[in-house]
Design a protein around this ligand. Structure first.
Ligand code: ATP
Length: 238
């Protein structure tokens, strides 16, 4: 297992946001967490990337206990996140945002760095066209591409994506999902949180359903998307 999450409990004050969450992500997989608003998806992801403190439980990455490792060190271990709402640096150019993604790397301006930049530009040609544009002036879809591109600049072994389809037009959603698949096929393991359950289950090797802070169902993407109760609750009943 590349990532192992065991018995994770996270609170906001007295509110238990997630309770006893356990799952694993194998190298090469795409794993999806789906669930309604407030189910605890973002909290789970932020805890894995080190942005939330664990009350109980453990996060292990490549066999190493990283539960108390600070977020920036996790990025250096090659675990990076594209956050909910994109969080691009709005006053910086596209290129500067991508450089920020490589902040913890020690090989900036080397051929390896240039290769990763070219990979991002191949995946997202629009970012190459707009390299000097100020990020805050870009469309929502372009900012989403930039947020994913920035996370890729850390050369992650595990890429965490929080709601990559949020607020995008259907055609763009398709495009983002197919790029996620391509990123995975190029060798990056992906853990994605999505409210768009139908698309997410198509993409997922493994999926987990969260309800009020707990995992209530797990299975392959195909198993869950074919299940009547999952269809009724999450896929619009068809
Ligand atoms: P969404 O899709 O709406 O972001 P989610 O599944 O990602 O939902 P979380 O954002 O992880 O859910 O929230 C889980 C629970 O924790 C919710 O009850 C939420 O109200 C609560 N919560 C999240 N962030 C905070 C916070 N900063 N302070 C207090 N409670 C919070």
């Amino acid at each position: 297992m590349l990532l192992e999450v065991e018995g994770l409990c996270v609170n906001y004050g007295h509110i238990e946001a997630i309770r006893d969450i356990s799952f694993g992500v194998q190298e090469g997989e795409i794993v999806c967490l789906i669930g309604a608003n407030g189910a605890g998806k973002t909290t789970t992801l932020k805890t894995i990337s080190g942005l939330r403190t664990v009350r109980e439980g453990q996060v292990r990455f490549d066999g190493q206990d990283i539960t108390n490792v600070p977020a920036y060190e996790r990025v250096a271990l090659r675990l990076s996140q594209s956050p909910e709402g994109r969080g691009v640096f709005v006053g910086m150019s596209v290129r500067e945002n991508l450089d920020m993604g490589a902040y913890v790397r020690k090989d900036v301006k080397t051929p390896a760095y240039r290769e990763d930049l070219d990979r991002v530009f191949d995946l997202f040609p629009r970012l190459k066209e707009r390299e000097r544009q100020i990020a805050g002036t870009m469309s929502g879809g372009e900012q989403q591409m930039l947020a994913i591109g920035r996370a890729l600049m850390a050369r992650p072994r595990l890429l965490l994506l929080d709601e990559p389809s949020m607020g995008l037009a259907p055609k763009l959603i398709q495009q983002i999902f197919s790029i996620i698949k391509e990123i995975n096929e190029q060798g990056t393991t992906v853990l994605v949180v999505e409210q768009n359950a139908a698309q997410a289950l198509k993409l997922a090797d493994t999926a987990h359903i969260l309800e009020t802070g707990e995992i209530v169902r797990s299975g392959t993407g195909a198993e869950l998307s074919g299940d009547d109760s999952v269809k009724a609750a999450y896929l619009g009943g068809d």
